[in-house]
Write a new protein. Structure first.
Length: 365
């Protein structure tokens, strides 16, 4: 970083320069067209682990369906999960619903103002609390997301892992020094946009950067090396079976996953993970007996679905099955239903199961 005047003045100057760039080139995102804290909260929750382009249609549809925190609190969990269907990371939807009911019942329907109070809500971490507090309420808080960490690590040539607590505190301190009084929300969003549009993970467009002359990584030709990241762990692979189980009246059996854990509260075709040395049909027979206490006949393989989760890859094998004995009981699920193919639209399914549904509809006889 060039020395011209005091360090404080230089940091403030960089903040102003970045804001000028943001006013001309910042992204026109729908949640930036409102000051409604509820809408900003919904957007920030959706943007956790989701790209902006993917979040936009869900944000617009979600607010049309639940326009206020009261409307969200009044909705059932099933309605919220259905509106979230396909966006993934469903714990976000469950926590958003739980938090809305808490805001209505304990806070007179008013979202907390400070990062500390926002952090007490289910599903709101430090970054999300700072983003909402700064953008919706003008609080002087730094929202340190992946884009901000990357920009700051390059700007100040920080070669420590940005995921480490000590490094994060250092980055927060640097960003705090750049904050113009009263415009923390704008600066947070400016840094986000700079990271998304210019200071990208690969091949940053340094010549277009408003902080080009201040960037230490650029001066030392380290822009493609920073930020440093620890080696990612290996993601294992799982074979999983699912049964499309029919009864004699043309209804199929679907089950609801427990609320806690992966994909909690969503509906699925019952089945489970294959054990070492187990055939796929044997796996399905075992899982159905363990989870539902019924007997089935496993028929032909209908389709194979590949899907990637954050921590593992999955190959899902869907079989055509016939219920042959026993009364279904929820031993490993939250709920179960016998439904027709046309009924499935009323239930929220994971992406992998949605592909099975699409196959069934494409091959309806």
């Amino acid at each position: 970083m060039e020395e011209s005047g005091s360090t404080s003045d230089l940091m403030t100057s960089m903040g102003r320069r970045l804001l000028e760039w943001y006013e001309r080139h910042g992204r026109a995102l729908p949640w930036r067209q409102t000051r409604d804290p509820y809408a900003i909260w919904v957007a920030e929750i959706m943007l956790q682990q989701t790209r902006v382009e993917a979040a936009i249609p869900y944000y617009e549809q979600f607010l049309a369906r639940f326009p206020t925190v009261q409307a969200l609190a009044d909705a059932s969990l099933e309605q919220v999960l259905k509106a979230w269907e396909g966006l993934g990371y469903y714990a976000r939807a469950r926590n958003l619903h739980k938090a809305a009911r808490l805001v209505v019942s304990d806070m007179d329907g008013n979202l907390p103002v400070t990062p500390e109070a926002l952090y007490s809500l289910p599903g709101v971490g430090h970054y999300t609390a700072a983003a909402i507090a700064s953008i919706a309420f003008g609080h002087e808080a730094v929202a340190l997301d992946g884009n901000l960490r990357r920009v700051l690590c390059r700007l100040f040539a920080i070669d420590d892992d940005p995921g480490r607590p000590n490094t994060q505190r250092r980055l927060e301190s640097l960003a705090q020094a750049m904050l113009p009084r009263g415009r923390a929300g704008d600066l947070n969003q400016a840094l986000m946009d700079l990271g998304a549009m210019i200071c990208t993970p690969a091949n940053p467009q340094c010549l277009l950067c408003p902080l080009f002359h201040h960037c230490r990584a650029r001066k030392e030709s380290l822009q493609n090396e920073l930020p440093f990241h620890a080696t990612r762990s290996f993601r294992p692979h799982r074979d999983v079976t699912a049964g499309v189980i029919w009864d004699d009246s043309g209804h199929m059996l679907i089950t609801q996953r427990p609320l806690d854990g992966l994909l909690g509260g969503l509906w699925e075709f019952p089945g489970g993970k294959r054990l070492p040395g187990e055939t796929l049909p044997a796996c399905l027979l075992r899982e159905i007996e363990e989870e539902l206490a019924i007997e089935i006949r496993v028929g032909e393989l209908l389709c194979v679905v590949e899907h990637a989760f954050t921590h593992f890859y999955m190959t899902l094998y869907a079989f055509d099955c016939r219920w042959s004995g026993g009364s279904p009981r929820c031993l490993g699920c939250r709920d179960l239903r016998w439904v027709t193919l046309d009924d499935l639209d009323a239930f929220a399914f994971p992406v992998a199961d949605q592909k099975i549904i699409a196959f069934l509809r494409d091959n309806r006889t």
